[in-house]
Ligand binder design. Structure first.
Ligand SMILES: NC(=O)c1ccc[n+]([C@@H]2O[C@H](COP(=O)([O-])OP(=O)(O)OC[C@H]3O[C@@H](n4cnc5c(N)ncnc54)[C@H](OP(=O)(O)O)[C@@H]3O)[C@@H](O)[C@H]2O)c1
Length: 218
């Protein structure tokens, strides 16, 4: 059994992840930026910890991570239409979390990114979308260079459909949707499988059971 800290702990993937991890006997601490979200986090079985990544530094993150076994970064600025927050949350929140994990000596780090963010963008790309893609791309690059035991999970379009446990995983797969609950299940499986250390993969719904799809990365 292990202790996992989820950054962006009131997110929709994060809540599903907390439920799955705590159901498996793990201890989960979930960072939230709004105290009122604490009840949802507790309902998911996790311990809420108040922290806004835009108002925090790496040392603050290191204190939350403490003696945890793993960090999962699942925060994102969401659909507020502000390009600046893609940088301050999706990118800098990740960079601070990577630095905080390093300071705390927590080597295992899983990042929720997005499918296709290394693909070149057309010149007429919407600026907010460009900021989002570039933030995810640069955060992933920083994590790969961090020296931590990293895994980058790049899901396609997230849905709240029921999970199927059947996915497609790979470096270069067609875009598609994936239920958040299956993203959470893939993260749980990755945390339990050291063969996913140093792996970056796209993820959509598919026709292979999660364990089998992850094993194909080896
Ligand atoms: N939507 C898609 O189709 C899609 C596809 C691929 C990847 N992704 C990415 O997958 C990840 C998880 O998705 P999701 O649906 O779970 O996202 P979500 O529900 O929007 O969760 C993101 C979480 O980040 C938190 N957050 C925002 N600003 C913060 C700050 N300053 N400090 C701390 N936390 C902050 C939000 O807190 P509040 O609850 O307080 O707002 C929210 O709980 C995101 O990074 C997203 O970009 C999304």
């Amino acid at each position: 059994m292990s202790t996992v800290v989820i950054v962006g702990g009131h997110g929709k993937v994060a809540l599903r992840l907390a439920e799955a991890l705590t159901a498996g006997g793990h201890t989960v601490r979930s960072t939230i930026r709004n105290e009122a979200h604490g009840a949802d986090v507790e309902s998911a079985g996790a311990e809420p910890y108040l922290l806004d990544v835009e108002q925090s530094d790496a040392q603050d993150l290191a204190e939350v991570f403490g003696a945890a076994d793993a960090v999962v970064f699942s925060a994102g600025a969401g659909g507020d239409g502000k390009a600046e927050r893609k940088r301050t949350v999706d990118l800098e929140g990740s960079l601070k979390s990577i630095a905080g994990a390093t300071l705390a000596g927590v080597s295992r780090f899983v990042q929720v990114s997005a499918l296709g963010v290394d693909d070149p963008l057309p010149a007429d790309t919407d600026p907010v979308w460009r900021a989002y893609v570039e933030a995810k791309r640069d955060a992933d690059s920083a994590l790969r260079e961090s020296g931590l035991d990293w895994t980058v999970v790049r899901p396609g379009r997230l849905t709240d459909e029921p999970g199927t446990g059947m996915v497609r995983i790979g470096a270069d797969i067609p875009s598609g949707a994936v239920p958040r609950v299956d993203v959470a299940a893939v993260i749980v499986a990755a945390l339990g499988d050291d063969a996913t250390i140093g792996a970056q993969f796209a993820l959509t719904e598919g026709d292979r059971p999660i364990m089998e799809a992850l094993a194909s990365l080896r």
